[in-house]
Write a protein that binds this ligand. Structure first.
Ligand code: SF4
Length: 285
């Protein structure tokens, strides 16, 4: 049931959106009420693809800074709003272009693979940009690379190295939300829900990944949940995705691997900040 105050906010957002010819793109980790006003909900790659194709004049990007920055680069003629400028990704901030340049001097022959969770400046210093969905496939294709430097997520990098059998130099970054998921969380959930499939994100610790039935990006989790034979899922990623999984699959059961897996920066964006940025066109990226 929508609260009155929320209903008023939503009505104002809808009117302003129409006036500005805006589209609202929302990441899977956003608050449920923000997901509910979206024109499109998805992972970072899907959102950047949507941004590149939209004919709206304004993109309200409900995610974190590097995602809005990507949208802005893909759509230089559009206004991209990030409703709260403090919504940065701590993992993306763990590597800077300057530090990466220094590392490249130590490994001048290395092919630099950067995870999409990085700034535009870091991407510009890299040879290839990957997502959690295509990282294994892309690295597999680097048959001529003598060295591979993977930034910034050491856990995704470690997962890719394990799957491809390639030795990689791993930047010591990590997602502070995903590392809150502990192996004992998966074991406990599996004991409580023995029929459930345990699915975790590759940003999780290797000990957590070792206990999972499947390792998938958020987009992969959404698709798997739609499969007919799946009835219960233990979800090892940021808990915002549970809202979408339950909404799209009301007959199925989803259990967060850990209630602690919350990204506080994602949660900075609210109906109020969306309204405010649309009304005053503030926080342009
Ligand atoms: S969940 Fe982790 S990787 Fe995603 S935005 Fe938050 S800190 Fe960054």
């Amino acid at each position: 049931m929508v609260e009155n105050s929320d209903a008023e906010l939503i009505a104002k957002i809808t009117a302003l959106k129409k006036r500005a010819n805006a589209v609202i793109l929302v990441h899977n980790y956003q608050l449920g009420e923000v997901q509910d006003i979206a024109d499109f909900v998805g992972d970072s790659l899907e959102l950047s693809q949507k941004a590149a194709r939209t004919d709206a004049d304004v993109i309200v990007f409900c995610g974190v800074h590097f995602m809005a920055e990507t949208a802005s680069i893909l759509c230089p003629d559009k206004i991209v709003l990030l409703p709260d400028m403090h919504a940065g990704c701590p993992m993306a901030d763990m590597v800077t272009a300057k530090r990466l340049r220094e590392k490249k001097k130590e490994h001048p022959k290395a092919t630099v693979v950067c995870y999409i969770n990085s700034s535009a400046a870091v991407k510009a210093e890299s040879d290839i940009c990957c997502t959690s969905a295509n990282a294994v496939r892309l690295v597999e294709k680097l048959t001529n690379a003598s060295e591979i430097l993977f930034v910034p997520d050491q856990y995704l990098g470690n997962y890719v190295a394990t799957k491809t059998g390639k030795e990689m130099i791993l930047w010591p970054g990590y997602c502070p939300s995903h590392i809150r998921i502990q192996p004992q969380d998966i074991s406990r959930q599996k004991a409580e829900h023995p029929q459930a499939k345990a699915v975790v994100h590759p940003e999780c610790r290797p000990e957590v990944i070792a206990l999972a039935d499947e390792v998938l990006s958020t987009g992969g989790m959404i698709r798997l949940a739609r499969e007919n034979d799946l009835e219960e899922m233990i979800v090892g990623t940021e808990i915002g995705i549970i809202h979408r999984l339950r909404k799209e699959n009301p007959e199925k059961r989803f259990f967060p691997a850990s209630e602690q897996a919350v990204c506080p920066r994602m949660k900075l964006i609210t109906l109020e900040t969306v309204l405010w940025s649309l009304e005053f066109m503030t926080n342009q990226v």
